[in-house]
Design a protein around this ligand. Structure first.
Ligand code: SF4
Length: 297
């Protein structure tokens, strides 16, 4: 069975996709049926359990196949481009572990991941674009490379992104910004980089040096996101601001309070962090995750 057959066959409706559809409709959000068809199709695709040989991580040369959990159409739910229709590719595997991770299944590479070649991946992206063309009135959309951590697969991306660009798609990289040396390999093929600052209070350790280096490399294409939880320390916001101020003070910084009830920060802390940051830097945004509000993907 090839990838196309995996996407096109089967009638089983995935429960989470159905719940998403209901929530989206209940919220009055304009989700038409064709993206949901794709969502359902990709849940089947994600659940494919065939045994496949695992490739080495980014260093395989040439990079043959990478583990992917899902490919789907949706709207960007966070950051500067919130609301933008995009095609999402969720790669499997992550090099760190954040307490607030909302895609915990993607951190490990399990046998639910499907191994795809660059050609297969491009074919599916083109198919999703074709199926949802009405949602992309502005032309070819950006493709959100997410995970997990996509830069784990930098070797593959170096090979794949020029192909994606040649087809007219813009690469939108979502990353934990802990592997600047890998970013260097692919930055020229990326249109937008959404980088996180990861804090020790939630992710077990800090990555300030890596983040600094990452920002220096990505600074003309990047915006930064900090997830704020009830564990976030004022000193972590101060450090984030100081790095941006030093390297590229006009970079947009999104303060994103956690949507999870268990880790939601106090309003007083949100105000304190925001008011501190906006006195130091010109482009500070306080934004929630839209897809969580509307029960979207
Ligand atoms: S970096 Fe992203 S995918 Fe990895 S654990 Fe943190 S939130 Fe999850």
């Amino acid at each position: 069975m090839n990838n196309e057959q995996i996407i096109n066959t089967g009638k089983r409706q995935d429960k989470s996709a159905a719940a998403n559809a209901q929530n989206a409709n209940a919220a009055g959000f304009a989700v038409n049926s064709s993206p949901l068809t794709v969502l359902n199709a990709h849940c089947r695709f994600r659940n494919d359990k065939r045994k496949v040989k695992r490739p080495a991580f980014a260093n395989c040369s040439p990079p043959l196949k990478v583990p992917v959990y899902e490919i789907f159409f949706s709207y960007q739910g966070e950051g500067l481009y919130t609301g933008l229709p995009q095609i999402f590719v969720r790669f499997a595997g992550c090099n760190i572990k954040c307490g607030y991770c909302d895609t915990a299944y993607s951190v490990k590479i399990s046998d639910k991941a499907y191994y795809m070649s660059a050609q297969d991946l491009l074919k599916q992206i083109k198919k999703i674009y074709k199926d949802n063309k009405k949602s992309f009135s502005f032309g070819k959309p950006s493709v959100a490379l997410t995970g997990g951590e996509p830069l784990i697969h930098a070797g593959f991306l170096k090979y794949f992104l020029p192909m994606l660009r040649k087809e007219g798609f813009c690469a939108y990289l979502e990353t934990n910004a802990t592997m600047p040396e890998r970013l260097k390999k692919i930055l020229k093929f990326c249109g937008i980089v959404s980088m996180d600052f990861k804090f020790a209070s939630d992710c077990g350790k800090s990555f300030w040096k890596k983040h600094e280096e990452f920002l220096k490399i990505a600074k003309n294409k990047v915006f930064i996101k900090c997830v704020i939880t009830n564990k976030t320390k004022f000193a972590e916001i101060q450090k984030s601001v100081s790095i941006i101020k030093k390297i590229s003070k006009n970079t947009h910084l999104i303060l994103q309070p956690s949507a999870d009830k268990r880790s939601r920060p106090k309003l007083a802390d949100i105000y304190r962090f925001y008011s501190y940051a906006q006195k130091q830097l010109p482009n500070i945004h306080l934004m929630a995750q839209m897809h969580k509000v509307y029960g979207m993907r």
